[in-house]
Design a protein around this ligand. Structure first.
Ligand SMILES: O=C(O)CCC(=O)Nc1ccc(C(=O)O)c(C(=O)O)c1
Length: 461
């Protein structure tokens, strides 16, 4: 049988969730031949005859990015949406001097420490438009040996005339996408906003969960970050009885400052939102919280070795102030997907059953575990302060057929032979840190006791 199946066949097999991982170099072919794509697959002519594209991201290698498009698409108009300022903005624009088809849009970052973290592609074809929401920077290394997530929309057909409300889905995908892109208030995005309004997005089944910088009040409070997720779970989430005692899992590749204790934000605010249920009765007690973050040895023994930790920016200065957080941590393990040694840059959140067979929902997003990304309540809960741009997609069973729960598995053999099992990027149940041995990966301290996969030690600075 042909080893590299056409992209459109890979795409078909991944329906209805359309959730993929990136291909990983150096693991058995079988782990890359189903439910896995490379950037060249996403941009290939198999997905559509490209007319123009817009790339929202944090890190860009412009010459490398252009090479990922098929030759015949490399001179199509490309808008780059970034968060660079001053000299690094100048440097980024200089990288594109020779490309007459490239334009830039600088996302305003007026909140200190905010980042333009969002990773999204808008792809305009001659036959319609596609939206891709993912977790990879637009640099070679992010698509080489890491675990990354990708959601690819259906091909949205063009409508007779533009409309901000016509052609929306049950999940208000079009309305939320327009709200998100409009929040940049950037003239360079005007044409893409018009483009979005010209397309019929009624086939979209995921809910957009976005973050934009600001101090959001009134109705805007529940349009972004963890309060948006809370509202959606209260409207469309599981019943209280269905998920009693079920844990919330957070999996991420970086950690912000959580404050003095778990009540300050993690369990007192953020977990309250992620454990929201249908009908919205605030639960008497919050459910168990389990977090997935690589250990130092997960990184040391990874395919990339210690350099994988260059993309897992947890600093000792932040970590030493929140040792309570590390009691929630579990190892990165992905035997089912062949990715235990492909360090996570994906960020995912879910509400799995204690027996690991089901989940009530699943979110893949750019948002790490940080107040900057998810927002922090201020002024006695009357405003939500968010520092960064983030975007993710939420999968809810009710929008994928009449059911309350998803069957889940990370076992690729099982996933290949069944339909409608949600593909998890990592193994359940989770694997504890080994007491007295395992430490969370910290990127700014030396490790000289044991060599990594390439025989090297790690001496940052
Ligand atoms: O965010 C925080 O509060 C802590 C600092 C931080 O995590 N910075 C950061 C920046 C860029 C990326 C990226 O790769 O886009 C990532 C990531 O994705 O892990 C993380």
């Amino acid at each position: 049988i042909s080893k590299s199946r056409g992209v459109s066949e890979l795409y078909k097999h991944a329906q209805p969730f359309s959730f993929f991982l990136t291909k990983v170099a150096g693991i058995a072919d079988k782990y890359n031949s189903t439910l896995a794509l490379d950037i060249k697959d996403i941009l290939s002519a198999d997905m559509g005859n490209l007319v123009a594209s817009c790339q929202f991201n944090y890190m860009f290698d412009i010459p490398w990015l252009i090479q990922q498009y098929p030759k015949e698409f490399r001179s199509k108009p490309l808008l780059i949406v970034h968060g660079e300022q001053g000299p690094s903005k100048t440097e980024l624009e200089a990288e594109a001097i020779d490309y007459k088809n490239i334009r830039f849009c600088q996302a305003k970052l007026e909140m200190m420490y905010g980042t333009h973290h969002t990773k999204m592609m808008l792809l305009q074809y001659d036959t319609g438009m596609r939206v891709v929401i993912h977790t990879s920077n637009l640099i070679k290394q992010d698509w080489h040996q890491k675990t990354q997530g990708i959601w690819i929309s259906p091909l949205f057909p063009k409508m007779a005339k533009p409309s901000a409300t016509e052609g929306d889905s049950l999940t208000y995908f079009k309305k939320n996408l327009l709200e998100y892109v409009s929040a940049y208030k950037a003239y360079q995005l005007k044409d893409w906003i018009n483009n979005i309004s010209e397309h019929d997005m009624s086939a979209a089944r995921v809910v957009i969960i976005g973050s934009v910088p600001g101090r959001h009040t009134g109705d805007q409070m529940r349009s972004w970050g963890h309060l948006k997720l809370k509202r959606v779970l209260q409207q469309h989430g599981p019943s209280n009885t269905a998920v009693t005692k079920w844990p919330v899992i957070g999996q991420f590749s970086s950690v912000g400052s959580m404050g003095a204790n778990k009540e300050a934000w993690l369990c007192g605010e953020w977990l309250q939102s992620l454990s929201a249920v249908n009908g919205g009765t605030t639960l008497p007690s919050v459910p168990p919280l389990q977090l997935v973050f690589p250990t130092k040895d997960n990184v040391r023994c990874s395919l990339e070795g210690f350099p994988a930790g260059g993309s897992i920016p947890y600093s000792i200065n932040v970590a030493k102030k929140q040792m309570f957080l590390h009691d929630f941590f579990h190892q990165w393990r992905s035997e089912g997907q062949g990715r235990s040694r492909a360090m996570p840059h994906i960020k995912t959140y879910l509400r799995p059953s204690p027996d690991s067979q089901k989940t009530a929902w699943f979110l893949v997003t750019s948002a790490n575990l940080s107040k900057a990304a998810w927002g922090a309540l201020e002024k006695k809960g009357t405003q939500l302060m968010i520092r960064s741009y983030e975007i993710g997609v939420l999968f809810l069973p009710k929008f994928f057929g009449d059911k309350e729960l998803f069957d889940v598995s990370s076992n690729l053999e099982l996933l290949k032979s069944s339909t409608n099992v949600f593909p998890l990027p990592f193994d359940l149940p989770l694997t504890d840190y080994v007491k007295g041995k395992d430490r969370p990966w910290l990127w700014d301290i030396p490790y000289m006791d044991l060599p990594d996969t390439n025989g090297n030690i790690w001496c940052p600075r």
